[in-house]
Design a protein around this ligand. Structure first.
Ligand code: OGA
Ligand code: NI
Length: 369
């Protein structure tokens, strides 16, 4: 019998391949810089995934994800209209872009540039941050699920915990090249997320401050991902298909496309729109809203452009991970609208996340009643 991870027909040892890549601390950026023209086998996706990369017939029917203008968010009669747009987008797509969100263009540009600069430092400068200790205040690595997934994907990432206080990276732990920018992005993205969460509350008849009162923005993480040019973009992905295991996600991308969202049977491209932010409903929001808002699968295609794709993400998690349990909000449950998901604990949530690759069955499916 073949050893774990060994393909007996060719003597290919996947476990060794992964370890070697991980221990080099070079990331995929390092592979490209070394001049490779074909991707190492650990990145080749299984045939069932590769089949989904081919355009399918119904793709032509898919429209673009909604774009919502937040300009007049605090004035009548605009606010109720914006609430309706957000509610519809969160209910039908789980994804939308927002414009006029209040973050200055210079902040967006500086944040993208800082993430790019971090990843483009010499490998030796980044290596000291390379880590698999997910709870560390700040780390850099390639593929968060490297040891759990069926195949690796073509990206590296930098991760900084920004809240709560006991978890967050101390300023001196954040590399200077992104220090100021990560702090600034966190403040700005949190504000946009809170504005949107108020609108989401109003959309389902809750007090505007309900999600804030639950301290849903009390635990946050900044992720700066780097998707370098991939010489064989039809054999791998930039990031595997997944739903986000948080409450809500705010994403800033540069002008290199790649992000795709599942809508019905289609994979729809999220077109980069200058100055826009992409927001998506994540698993915990679907659960607490009792399914009114949906957390949908998304993925990133491997980058076929010479220019790197950069994304900057702010994840909002549930702040007070006390020992209490979570589930659909009582206000949203009635005899006509029974709970769709059972309650769960913090331990169950973390156990689920760290026991599987990014693209496996979502946590929500396990809680369905
Ligand atoms: C994520 C994610 C998309 C991107 O980090 O969860 O979906 O464009 N990122 O990097
Ligand atoms: Ni995601």
């Amino acid at each position: 019998m073949a050893a774990v991870g060994t393909d007996s027909t060719s003597g290919y040892d996947r476990t060794e391949g992964i370890k070697e890549f991980d221990q080099s601390k070079y990331g995929v950026k390092g592979l490209i810089d070394s001049g490779i023209e074909s991707i190492p086998r650990i990145f080749v996706q299984p045939p069932e995934t590769l089949a989904t990369l081919k355009p399918c017939q119904s793709q032509t029917n898919a429209t673009d994800i909604p774009v919502i203008d937040l300009q007049n968010i605090n004035s009548e009669p605009h606010r109720p209209k914006i609430v309706e747009q957000i509610k519809k987008a969160a209910n039908e797509w789980g994804f939308f872009q927002v414009i006029n969100h209040g973050i200055p263009g210079t902040v967006l540009e500086e944040t993208i540039q800082a993430v790019k600069s971090f990843h483009e430092q010499p490998a030796e400068s980044k290596a000291k941050y390379y880590s698999r200790e997910e709870m560390k205040g700040m780390l850099y690595a390639s593929n968060n699920d490297l040891y759990r997934s069926k195949a690796a994907t073509w990206h590296d990432y930098l991760q900084v915990w920004t809240a709560p206080e006991e978890q967050r990276a101390k300023a001196e732990d954040i590399p200077e090249i992104v220090r100021k920018e990560s702090v600034e992005w966190d403040v700005c993205a949190k504000k946009v997320a809170e504005d949107v969460m108020e609108l989401l509350c109003e959309g389902i008849g809750l007090e505007s401050s309900k999600f804030k009162d639950l301290s849903l923005s009390g635990s946050r993480m900044f992720v700066g991902a780097y998707y370098p040019y991939c010489p064989q973009p039809d054999l791998t992905l930039g990031l595997a298909s997944h739903t986000d295991p948080v409450v809500i996600t705010v994403l800033l991308q540069n002008q290199v496309a790649g992000l795709q969202v599942k809508h019905g049977q289609d994979w729809v491209d999220v077109k980069p729109l200058p100055g826009a932010l992409t927001i998506n409903i994540a698993d915990l929001m679907q659960i607490i809203s009792n399914g009114e808002y949906i957390s949908v699968q998304h993925r990133v295609r491997a980058n076929s452009c010479k220019e790197p794709r950069i994304s900057v993400v702010e994840f909002l998690n549930i702040g007070k991970w006390q020992d209490c349990d979570y589930g659909p909000l009582p206000e949203l449950v009635s005899p006509e609208k029974p709970p769709r998901y059972r309650r769960f604990t913090k331990d169950e949530f973390f156990h689920n996340f760290y026991s599987k690759g990014l693209d496996s069955k979502s946590f929500i499916d396990k809680l369905k009643l």
